[in-house]
Design a protein around this ligand. Structure first.
Ligand code: HXC
Length: 512
């Protein structure tokens, strides 16, 4: 073969790989509202930065007989806003993006490469699952990926982007990663599909209702982000990455400081002095963090709590807050899971945690007890206690009982705790407390209703304020709400050299 013939062969082979499953299947992909694996990569990475790895990987070693171009997955690395990121993007046009031995080996290789250099990995899932023809080799391939996802956890950020089907055991790779993103209408995740469910339990359910973006964002909590189309999803990935370091030994990127979008003067009006009135804690957050920097995570799940990322004076922070407008901001099973996971992510990746506390307690109820609110609620205590990143807590209003402790107090090693003058820090709320400690007095009173009212007021005046906690040193200072941003900026600066260590151990045993 002449040199020219060799070069022609190379071009032809490359073109074949890049054509994926062919125009007909590409057209089908487009007509169902989905892009191809390579189009998604183009949208995600900085122009010209993507380098593909294992371009010619194939189960067939004789290149003249190679089938299944790219083996149903496009892998490589490049830069996103100038920062190195690795990707495995499944190609549904090739055998339905199904995963066989070589497909899995390609994904494993990018995971290994990302671990070696310390860079985030994005997996774009669009697959019919285990390649049935490859049997146990396909199953082993999944096992190899699950193992790597687990070992990489806490070392490099891992983001799973579901842009098509993701069924059966395949769902466990996304579940092992840090964030799952889904696109409405075109992505589904489930262990067993509608047909199997119908056969086993008799339930009728559509693919979308069973495992669509809304289901996993609102009901199951499996997914953290939802978008209306792939463009929006790609923008979400880029936004999320902007808060994260490349790995656990790196610092999050710094941005230019921006003043908050909501004037700090409004803070005194956002939180009602009346403890029975709700408000949207996101207004408090947006009056404190840099304008347009708040990115909510798990926005539609367990909405009695709010978690996310933001920047304060250009620095990445993790935000955790009770949401008084939903269930009065009580802690329940789902919100405990949501908050604990966010704390642990931030702690893995050196992102300081700012907690806004306004919590009446753990949610009472038989279903909560039966569901294990004890073990789920314990995750909060565990995650905050374990975290060694700077922890700054602002008590805006209610801070009662175990929930007060669980939202990061000095006992759990918060570094800085500030309270607003509206804070109420006590074992119980006034109504509950007088029922216990003044029960006989109320029963014996001539006018029990009036007596109860009087005792509630006395309790409120005496206990429901921040000054007892401040007198004991549990609260560092009681501050004007308008000072909060400046106090947080100072605290972040003061804590930038924080050192904290824990006893050497293999790993802890978080309640679950
Ligand atoms: C081999 C597969 C495949 C698979 C799809 N294809 N899934 N080939 N193994 N798992 C092929 C199809 O034969 C077809 O080939 C092409 O991909 C496109 O698939 P279509 O069915 O035409 O596409 P569509 O109508 O959009 O339906 C998509 C789908 C369906 C809903 C995903 O393909 C499907 O139900 N696939 C099987 C899903 C499944 O049960 N997977 C196994 C899960 S168990 P042609 O040549 O006709 O274009 C599992 C275990 C993992 O994954 C365990 C890990 C621990």
């Amino acid at each position: 073969m002449s040199m020219q013939e060799k070069l022609d062969t190379l071009s032809k082979l490359r073109e074949t790989v890049e054509a994926g499953g062919g125009q007909k299947r590409i057209d089908k992909q487009h007509s169902s509202g989905k892009k191809t694996s390579r189009e998604r990569i183009n949208d995600l990475f900085d122009p010209g930065s993507f380098k593909e790895v294992d371009v010619f990987a194939n189960t067939e070693v004789d290149y003249r007989k190679a089938k299944n171009p790219g083996e149903g997955v496009t892998c490589g690395y490049g830069t996103i806003n100038g920062r190195r990121v690795y990707v495995a993007s499944q190609d549904f046009t090739v055998v339905g993006g199904s995963l066989g031995r070589v497909h899995a080996a390609k994904i494993c290789k990018v995971l290994d490469m990302a671990m070696k250099v310390g860079a985030p990995v994005i997996a774009i899932c669009d697959s019919g699952g285990a390649r049935i023809q490859e049997g146990v080799d396909a199953l082993d391939g999944y096992g190899q990926i699950f193992y790597r996802n687990t070992i990489a956890s806490g070392v490099i950020p891992q983001i799973s982007v579901i842009m098509g089907p993701c069924a059966g055991g395949a769902v466990y790779s996304p579940a092992l990663t840090d964030f799952v993103m889904m696109v409405s209408g075109t992505s589904q995740m489930f262990i067993t599909g509608p047909l199997v469910i119908k056969a086993v339990t008799g339930e009728d359910v559509s693919m979308e209702a069973l495992g669509g973006a809304a289901t996993h964002n609102q009901i199951s909590g499996v997914a953290h982000f939802m978008s209306n189309n792939e463009e929006e999803c790609i923008a979400q990935i880029k936004s999320l990455l902007s808060y994260l370091p490349l790995n656990n030994l790196d610092e999050p990127p710094a941005y230019d400081p921006v003043e908050p979008a909501i004037a700090k003067e409004t803070l005194v009006d956002i939180v009602p002095v009346d403890p029975n009135k709700g408000y949207d804690v996101r207004d408090v957050i947006n009056a404190i963090v840099d304008a347009n920097s708040f990115l909510e995570v798990h926005q539609y799940y367990a909405t009695n709590g709010v978690v996310g990322f933001a920047r304060v004076n250009g620095q990445s922070v993790g935000i955790i807050a009770n949401q008084p407008k939903v269930l009065a901001g009580c802690l329940d099973i789902n919100v405990s899971d949501k908050i604990a996971r966010h704390i642990r992510f931030c702690d893995c990746f050196n992102i300081p945690i700012i907690t806004f506390m306004d919590v009446p307690g753990y949610l009472p109820g038989v279903q909560q007890e039966y569901g294990g609110i004890i073990r789920h609620g314990a995750k909060l205590l565990y995650a905050y206690s374990e975290a060694t990143v700077p922890k700054i807590t602002i008590i805006t209003r209610k801070a009662y009982g175990g929930a007060y402790l669980a939202m990061c107090t000095s006992a759990l090693r918060a570094d800085t705790v500030y309270a607003w003058p509206t804070a109420e820090i006590a074992v119980m709320g006034p109504e509950g407390a007088v029922n216990v400690i003044n029960r006989k007095e109320i029963a014996a009173a001539e006018n029990p209703v009036e007596m109860r009212k009087k005792l509630v007021q006395e309790y409120r005046d005496r206990f429901a304020n921040p000054y007892i906690a401040a007198a004991r040193g549990y609260v560092q200072d009681v501050i004007h709400p308008q000072e909060t941003r400046e106090k947080i900026i100072d605290a972040l600066s003061d804590l930038s050299t924080k050192r904290a260590s824990r006893p050497r151990k293999k790993h802890g045993n978080i309640p679950c």
